[in-house]
Write a protein that binds this ligand. Sequence first.
Ligand code: ADP
Length: 262
Amino acid sequence: RRQVLALEQSRQQQEALLQELRATQGELQRSLNMRDEFMSMVAHELRTPLNTLFLETQMRTVNLERGNLAAFDADKLQKMVARDARQIRSMVRLIDDMLDVSRINSGKLSIRREAVDLTELVRRVADDLSPGALASNTTLHVQASGVIEGHWDAFRVEQIVVNLISNAVRYGAGQPVEISLSQTPNSAVIEVRDHGIGISSRDQERIFQAFERVVQHDRTGGLGLGLFITKQLVDAHGGAITLQSQPGSGSLFCVTLPLAGQ
Ligand code: ADP
């Protein structure tokens, strides 16, 4: 009888082990699938601008060979170069994002604090992004009362603000984007509000994770890394990021950053 019991016990143990193995196998398969999907997304994101650049270069070569210098008048040339610069910048950004994710995942993301005038920084970012916003029929409005100063990593704070404003423009359905800055006794508060497509409560929980994109409104491209990086950068500063949103009426992202030395 004891032998039967022992046998039954070991059978149960084997069954449990087998189940664990199956679960691990499933997880591994899921992460392999995700890696494949990610690779193909990256390839696609890089291929499109690279191919455009290649085709344009080919066309210019043909024009040069044929002595068709009218294709290179100052106005056309200026537009061409600006378009090339945009394509290249978007590829460099994508690669920077991937490097950031790998830094974050290996715990190597470091924050270099210095005195930062947040109001000046946010106004500058908004100025830089305004032409792009205008091209998407959107305007950016910054509201700030007085100077807000703290010790943060200026480059990383700029990245946070750029990501939130770019998303607000991208998903803002052409409605104005409002950026407001304020201060509590302990923190600086940056709010970015859009009146665009909004995010369902189910999706709100996952958009701060890496590679998560809400359904495939793929027209906008992107790898779903921006908000993951943004949240990690805010966390690294000891801050917090929150989101209030309703599908169809827009989103409000709120970042709090502890003031100097905290
Ligand atoms: P990406 O925009 O490159 O896909 P992000 O990490 O910045 O990556 O955003 C993840 C997803 O969250 C986006 O694909 C989009 O579906 C959603 N999202 C982000 N910001 C907004 C916003 N302001 N309004 C609506 N949806 C948004």
